[in-house]
Structure formats: structure tokens, C-alpha cells
Design a protein around this ligand. Structure first.
Ligand SMILES: Nc1ncnc2c1ncn2[C@@H]1O[C@H](COP(=O)(O)OP(=O)(O)OP(=O)(O)O)[C@@H](O)[C@H]1O
Ligand SMILES: [Mg+2]
Length: 191
């Protein structure tokens, strides 16, 4: 089991895709909740008291009212970006809010087409803005299939193994990266 348990997935996007995915699952984990930005601090506090060790918060795609409150509540902000010109431009705009939050953040390329030079170019462009995951997530049918079937790509078994392996490799990188950021933060606090 690559993920820490218990984990919770919290949907703060008014579109509610994560909440709908959670509601149609037959297993009770991860615990999925919906939250209004104004109550995020209370929810995180309750989650900590309940023993949750990781809360993954899905934010709205644009800087809507409340996004700054959500970012302020986070320990680490992940910015996924597709290797296309419009997505890179959108990430650059979203970056203003992320940087303003003062929180550690990292970027990851999502929906990368196989063997495309756009991926390397996007990776280089993003590196000038912040830390970029060395693991990219490929453009794979398993992701939309997982959404339709109320599953995670790690729950398909051997059939769609590539997506699962990639996600696990990405999580391992992110987990280590966040721990490193955390110890730097603690050193700064102690100084
Ligand atoms: N790596 C991937 N490969 C293939 N399809 C993907 C991948 N990642 C996401 N998708 C698909 O793209 C659609 C949107 O995904 P997702 O909701 O994660 O993106 P988003 O940027 O958060 O969208 P939104 O702006 O609507 O919140 C979904 O149908 C999802 O299955
Ligand atoms: Mg989204």
C-alpha cells in the first residue's frame, strides 16, 4: 500500500467532481468530503483530531473567491499543468496566487503525450517558476475510465498498470519532497 492511511480527499471545487466520485464508490476509503472555503480550517482541525494524516484538497481551477483561503490552509500546493500553451499560460496566472500564499509548492506535468518534445519544453518552462516533479503523468485512458468507474487508477489491477505505476512513482517523489520542505521549514522556525 503506497499511500498513508487514513487519508481524506476534500472537494473545494464547486463543480463537485471529486465529491460525486466519492459518493458513487462502494468502499469507504478514502473518506471524501465537500467543503466551502470559509470552513476549511475547521475541517482540517476535525480531520487532525480524527487521526487523518493526509488531506488532499481539490481546489477550483480558477482564482475564484475563497481560493486564497484554501491555499492559506495548505502545507503544500501542487500545481498540475498540461504541456500545452494555454495550460502553461493558465499556470503562470495561477502562480501569482500560489506565490502570494507564501506556501511551498511544486509543479507536475499531467496528460503528457508519449515521446513528445513539448513535454521537455514545458518542463523547462516550468522549472523557471518552481520545483517540477521529475515524474510526469502520461495522457492515459485509465484516468477517465477511473472517473467513470468510481475507482482510482491504482485499483484496476494489471490491466492499466502503467497509470498506477506512474501515480505511485509521483506520490513517492511528492511525499519525499514535502518531508524535505517540512524539515527546512522547521529549521527556519527554530533559527
Ligand atoms: N493524465 C491524464 N490522462 C488522461 N486523462 C486525464 C488525465 N488527467 C486528467 N484526465 C481527464 O481530464 C478530465 C479533467 O480532469 P481533472 O478534473 O483532473 O482536471 P482539472 O484540471 O482539475 O479540471 P477542472 O478544471 O474541470 O477542475 C477528466 O475527464 C480526467 O479523466
Ligand atoms: Mg479540478
Amino acid at each position: 500500500m503506497p499511500f498513508e492511511n487514513p487519508i481524506s480527499l476534500v472537494d473545494a471545487d464547486p463543480q463537485g467532481t471529486v465529491a460525486a466520485w466519492g459518493a458513487s464508490r462502494t468502499v469507504p476509503h478514502p473518506f471524501v468530503a465537500k467543503v466551502d472555503p470559509s470552513t476549511i480550517k475547521n475541517l482540517l482541525c476535525a480531520a487532525r483530531n480524527e487521526g487523518y494524516t493526509l488531506v488532499i484538497l481539490d481546489c477550483p481551477p480558477h482564482a475564484v473567491a475563497g481560493t486564497a483561503t484554501l491555499l492559506a490552509a495548505a502545507d503544500h500546493i501542487v500545481m498540475p499543468c498540461q504541456p500545452t500553451m494555454p495550460d502553461l499560460a493558465a499556470t503562470q496566472r495561477a502562480m501569482l496566487l500560489t506565490v502570494a500564499s507564501g506556501k511551498p509548492f511544486s509543479l507536475v506535468i499531467n496528460r503528457a503525450p508519449a515521446h513528445a518534445r513539448e513535454v521537455t519544453q514545458a518542463q523547462q518552462a516550468l522549472e523557471s517558476a518552481g520545483v517540477v516533479s521529475p515524474v510526469t503523468i502520461g495522457d492515459r485512458r485509465a484516468f477517465s475510465r477511473a472517473l467513470t468507474d468510481s475507482l482510482a487508477v491504482t485499483e484496476f489491477g494489471r490491466e492499466d498498470e502503467k497509470a498506477a505505476l506512474e501515480v505511485v512513482r509521483y506520490w513517492n517523489w511528492l511525499d519525499q519532497h514535502m518531508q524535505m520542505e517540512d524539515s527546512k521549514w522547521q529549521l527556519k522556525e527554530a533559527a
